[in-house]
Design a protein around this ligand. Structure first.
Ligand code: 6R9
Length: 666
């Protein structure tokens, strides 16, 4: 793309962002990461990773080879080493005398609690591993986990790892159909589920979806699943298939508390995690053991500045997503951390629930998503102000670009203007954090993930794969293999090559647009499929959203490019107004006034070219269960089409609400 012409307008808004927050000397002095880490990694990248692997992971057979890239793009890391991920997450801490340390403070949505030490975890995981073995699961068999956020969910994942059976966690909010296709693709032998979980104040059933997913359907035979292991959580009635279904508590009660972890090769599959592409069938992203665990532990220690003996860490992600895998299960436990796991939603039974938990457990490190932060902004800052959040010392963000307004709010209202924010860019495919500031080292900038971590090589390139100069924009790529990189798409090597390695020769194509600022820091601009082209000008959806949200009246915004005969695409914005302004748009005159105000605001922030052609005031935005806005559906609305498949929305009625509201002329 002709850089200067097409990206210049879209760079304006975020490049106006010049605030920077250098680390305090006190934080820097105690930080795990020091600036020398970058030099160390640069001087000998592979040696650096080998050091991390030896320091942070315990190997039953030490490795002698670091990287084998001869089968590129399928990497082998530490290939001649052997280890067990569950041993690393649990047993070695008990052996080191830390058995009494709390691993998990569990808080159920109804308020029930459970404290699990590392010694407890060792007994539970060993029992579960023995139970799985008794049910015929052996090394290499796939186990699907379909559970709410419970202690048992962590135990189930670790029990699989302990016996070398790759797990495939399917988010509990997915439908029976989604579960069925994932079970089929992985040819799973066993499913671990629960009767249900608590969600928004009521028990919500899970087992019926499993019954539907594993049985015969529409001429399709029953699945490969031999047993369904069922955790009792809510006590609700469940249908029972004798011989197939087994209660978790029964199976564990009879199981021994001793289990010898199986030492597997470093490249043994640890898990498959399905992630949706924008189209087509979900991709089963494959991760293996040694490299994944190394990067999980390394990033968790340095990016969050974890002090295992004193910190209380809380990552709000569900184990159904990669963030829950790497930063609830493998990273924190490998590092011997104490963490909070919360079952429910942030607004049950009240909108201060998260902050109440921070106060109660004295959480010191909080890792969450921009969508959650913006929701809290919408609810108002008097809610967090009612709780003591002074224990927080590091804040993390993940999942989508965080707009500067939300970043500043997070810093001021939640972080007391002192806690460093780490905006961490990574993907299911990358397995661990790739681009992020290091707290105590990096002067943070609101809205930017900034720098590749020591050991990671990232770049922004143009259409011809040339590195763009500072100030330029293009596509984010990763130029060197990294330990926790995906090893493929389950059962589809060709799709792996086509999706990630064919766009630019020899480079991993992440699918994200990005730019470099004058300091060479990286700003993520959203998926490239969300980049619009208006009259030959390249505009980022994120950027316009960010401009809209920076206006007082806007709580949330989503922008799409709608086809337009003359300009190629036209910018269409969907906005949710902040509570106190919502009434203003209820009359046609009021709505017009708000729309004009916002259009001018965007013009002022970015340039007239970015002015939305239409601004639609809506009550909600369509989001996937992981909080990503489904722009495809909004594009349908913007282009006056019938709205497409909305089944993966967290709340599928949202589209009806939006369409109904728009039927009235705005
Ligand atoms: C970890 C996770 C990956 C996609 C990724 C990008 C977006 C994630 C981000 C971010 C800007 C960040 N993304 N973190 N964009 N800044 N800090 O979310 O994995 O669900 O696979 O999503 O999310 O677009 O390509 P996953």
């Amino acid at each position: 793309m002709p850089e200067n012409e097409t990206t210049a307008p879209s760079l304006e808004n975020l490049l106006h962002e010049t605030r920077a927050f250098p680390p305090s000397p006190a934080f820097a002095a105690q930080a795990n990461a020091q600036a020398s880490l970058y030099e160390e990694a640069k001087a000998d990248r592979l040696g650096f990773w080998a050091d991390q692997a030896r320091e942070l992971v315990t190997w039953s057979t030490p490795f002698t080879q670091t990287l084998d890239w001869s089968g590129a793009p399928v990497a082998k890391w530490f290939a001649d080493g052997k280890l067990n991920a569950a041993y690393n997450a649990v047993d070695r801490h008990v052996e080191a005398g830390l058995g009494d340390r709390v691993a998990i403070h569990f808080e159920g949505e109804p308020g029930d609690t459970r404290t699990v030490t590392y010694a407890d975890l060792q007994r539970e995981v060993s029992r579960a591993a023995n139970a799985l073995t008794a049910l015929g699961v052996t090394q290499g068999d796939r186990v699907v986990i379909y559970l709410p956020m419970l202690v048992e969910s962590v135990v189930a994942m670790l029990a699989c790892a302990r016996i070398g059976a790759p797990h495939s966690v399917v988010f509990g909010g997915f439908s029976a159909d989604a579960l069925r296709s994932r079970i089929a693709d992985a040819e799973a032998k066993l499913v671990i589920t629960a009767d249900g979980g608590y969600r928004r104040g009521a028990p919500s059933a899970l087992k019926p979806a499993v019954d539907e997913a594993v049985g015969p359907k529409d001429g399709e035979p029953a699945s490969t699943v031999e047993h369904v292991l069922v955790v009792r959580r809510t006590g609700q009635d469940v249908a029972w298939t004798e011989g197939r279904d087994v209660w978790w508590h029964d199976a564990l009660e009879h199981a021994d508390t001793f289990h010898e972890p199986v030492a597997v090769d470093a490249e043994h599959p640890l898990f498959i995690l399905y992630t949706s592409g924008t189209t087509g069938k979900p991709k089963g992203i494959l991760h293996t053991t040694g490299g994944y665990l190394t990067q999980a532990a390394y990033t968790h220690k340095n990016v969050f500045d974890l002090k295992a003996e004193s910190d209380v860490y809380w990552c709000t992600a569900d184990i159904g997503w990669v963030t829950g895998h790497t930063y609830v299960v493998y990273g924190p436990l490998a590092n011997g951390a104490t963490q909070v796991i919360y079952e429910g939603t942030p607004d049950t039974p009240h909108r201060g629930r998260w902050w109440e938990l921070v106060e109660k457990y004295q959480v010191s490190i909080l890792y969450t998503a921009p969508t959650a932060i913006r929701t809290c902004m919408k609810w108002g800052e008097d809610i967090p102000a009612g709780f003591d959040l002074s224990s927080l010392r590091v804040l993390g963000s993940v999942g989508e670009p965080i707009n500067p307004e939300a970043w500043m709010w997070y810093r001021r209202v939640i972080g007391g203007d002192t806690a460093p924010i780490v905006d961490t860019w990574w993907q299911t495919e990358t397995g661990g954090i790739m681009i992020s500031p290091l707290p105590g080292v990096t002067a943070t900038k609101p809205g930017s993930a900034q720098v590749a971590l020591p050991g990671i090589v990232a770049d922004v390139v143009d259409d011809e794969a040339h590195s763009v100069p500072d100030g330029g924009g293009g596509y984010l790529v990763l130029s060197e293999p990294w330990p926790s990189m995906l090893r493929g798409i389950w059962g589809d090597l060709q799709r792996f090559k086509d999706t990630y390695w064919s766009r630019f020769e020899g480079l991993y194509f992440a699918g994200d647009g990005a730019k470099k600022d004058e300091d060479g820091d990286i700003w993520l601009l959203g998926r490239v499929d969300d980049v619009m082209n208006v009259s030959g000008h390249r505009l980022s959806t994120t950027e316009i959203e960010s401009a809209l949200v920076s206006h007082d009246v806007v709580a949330e915004a989503a922008v799409v490019g709608a086809n337009d005969e003359t300009t190629g695409q036209a910018v269409v914005a969907f906005v949710i107004l902040r509570g106190e302004h919502a009434d203003r748009a209820s009359t046609p005159e009021g709505a017009e006034e708000v729309q004009a105000e916002l259009r001018n605001h965007v013009a002022k922030e970015i340039g007239p070219i970015a002015k939305p052609r239409r601004i639609l005031v809506v009550p909600e935005l369509p989001k996937t269960r992981s909080g990503k806005i489904m722009r495809r559906l909004l594009r349908d609305v913007a282009e006056n089409r019938t709205v497409g498949d909305a089944t993966t929305l967290a709340d599928s009625s949202v589209m009806d609400l939006i369409s109904a509201g728009l039927a009235k002329p705005s």
